[in-house]
Design a protein around this ligand. Structure first.
Ligand SMILES: Nc1ccccc1-c1cnco1
Length: 238
């Protein structure tokens, strides 16, 4: 899987991708991330990327030319790639969309805007417009990192423990169960007895009950298409 990121702040992307799961996946060659500075695709000596909005209004708008030049530069190799614009107006990014991107795209271009927005005509050159949530960010870079991180975690072999990708919450359709590790007693806060019992069946049931309880409390919208067994457990909780 190859990610090509267009941004005026390449260091934001470059710094993050060296660490954790992404760093390991890069070292394994499972994923490649190339970052392009949009300022390298400008034609003036000041490497200008924005200008005042037509029609007036506050702030600056990013100009189309650097985006167009960068996209044409990438497309010169004629290899297929999905072009994704990160934007508050995009469709909501979910685990399901992460799975779809991982399965369908060998290469993705993540286009990061800044300021109050980008020239609308850029959208004529992208395949998808994606938002990671209903809040205002300073730019698309954090959203691009969210997409890279969540898609890479789904690539077979990217994680040390394959199970953790399957176990991750949202893959099952509800939130995760509570996790504990040593010490058993921290200032009187004890690990639930069941987790010390060694009874894997009881532990699995406890974890399922806790996951459903957490989901019912914080994200009831996720509780659909439950199995009859999960529905029975949920009814016990109500
Ligand atoms: N707020 C933003 C500003 C610029 C580029 C993307 C975003 C964004 C993406 N997902 C939510 O917000």
């Amino acid at each position: 899987m190859k990610f090509e990121v267009l941004t005026i702040f390449p260091e934001i992307i470059e710094c993050y991708i060296k660490h954790g799961v992404l760093g390991k996946a890069l070292n394994k060659g499972i994923v490649e991330v190339k970052v392009y500075n949009l300022r390298d695709f400008t034609s003036d000596k000041h490497k200008k990327v924005d200008d005042y909005p037509y029609g007036g209004g506050a702030g600056m708008v990013m100009q189309i030319e650097p985006f167009y030049n960068a996209i044409m530069h990438l497309k010169a190799d004629e290899k297929p790639r999905k072009l994704v614009l990160l934007s508050p107006q995009g469709r909501k990014f979910t685990q399901k969309l992460a799975q779809k991107f991982m399965e369908e795209s060998k290469a993705m271009v993540l286009i990061c805007g800044r300021y109050e927005g980008i020239d609308e005509r850029v959208k004529a050159f992208v395949d998808e417009e994606v938002s990671i949530g209903d809040y205002v960010l300073s730019g698309g870079e954090l959203a691009a990192l969210v997409i890279i991180d969540s898609v890479v975690r789904l690539i077979p072999g990217a994680l040390g423990d394959e199970l953790s990708a399957v176990e991750d919450s949202f893959m099952k359709g509800f939130l995760d169960y509570p996790h504990y590790t040593r010490p058993e007693d921290f200032k009187g806060m004890k690990v639930p007895e069941v987790l010390l019992s060694g009874d894997h069946k009881k532990i699995a049931l406890w974890r399922k009950r806790q996951a459903l309880k957490n989901t019912l409390k914080n994200r009831p919208d996720l509780l659909k298409n439950l199995s009859p067994e999960d529905m029975r457990i949920l009814k016990e909780l109500c």
